[in-house]
Design a protein around this ligand. Sequence first.
Ligand code: COA
Length: 260
Amino acid sequence: MNYENILSKTTNGITTITINRPKKLNALNKATIQELHDAFEAADNDEHTKVIIITGSGEKAFVAGADISEFADFSVEEGGKLAAQGQQLLFNFVENLSTPVIAAVNGFALGGGLELAMACHFRVASNNAKMGLPETSLGVIPGYGGTQRLPQLVGKGRAMEMVMTAGMIDADQALTYGLVNHVVEQDELIPLAEKIASKIMRNSSVAIAEAIKAINANYEDGVNGYDVEIEGFGNCFGTEDFVEGTTAFLEKRKAEFPGK
Ligand code: COA
């Protein structure tokens, strides 16, 4: 597929999606959000893709936020619609993909950029990364899930402070907060994400999909995560991956999962 605002390539089971508007610090305009949706959907449906890595092009930014120039003159209705459509098309969509998604945060991850990183299954960052939700400095609040996912990841008090001050935290503080799992030099960021991806790929993709569903269930209103876990656990017993995984263990060999 041809994209204008992003790049997508698949090598050795990893699809790397790169937001490619470096002159605008990879800000998320409407077209980019649509293209990201399409690229994530294509990768999730691609049997060769076992892990997705998302990053930003250039050395300065992952994503510097939603494109402010697009919504500066919006009405109340248009503002609400912007948030609802974005959440459905990209942020909730990514969170609920059955293929693991790693955000490789390579610079500024602000507003919608941090919200996108937080919608991914986990995050790694380069040591020049700066993260924040600066929306209140623009007279608005985070609208792509930031008020929900930030407290889930860093705790309510830290989230309140970050949103109220509209300030940025650096990579080390993000690591301390648990917002990112690892911090490395910029040139080691993609290799690190790929190294983690290759560890993930050794395991059953069907089991991983069930695990994502069960873990996400913990954060869904009105859903009992333990019940989702029980159902997912049971489902695994009907898969070829389970037969292969347990047989390989008993035969003292490495499992070769068919992913079914
Ligand atoms: N929306 C639209 N354009 C953006 C953008 C955004 N969120 N973030 C950066 N850009 C554009 C700038 O307007 C500038 O474009 P121009 O060269 O046509 O003027 C270009 O990207 C480079 O940004 P610039 O501000 O010159 O870089 P900087 O290094 O001086 O500052 C930031 C970097 C990230 C601190 C600054 O760009 C910024 O504060 N961006 C907005 C962050 C934000 O509030 N995000 C939340 C949006 S809800």
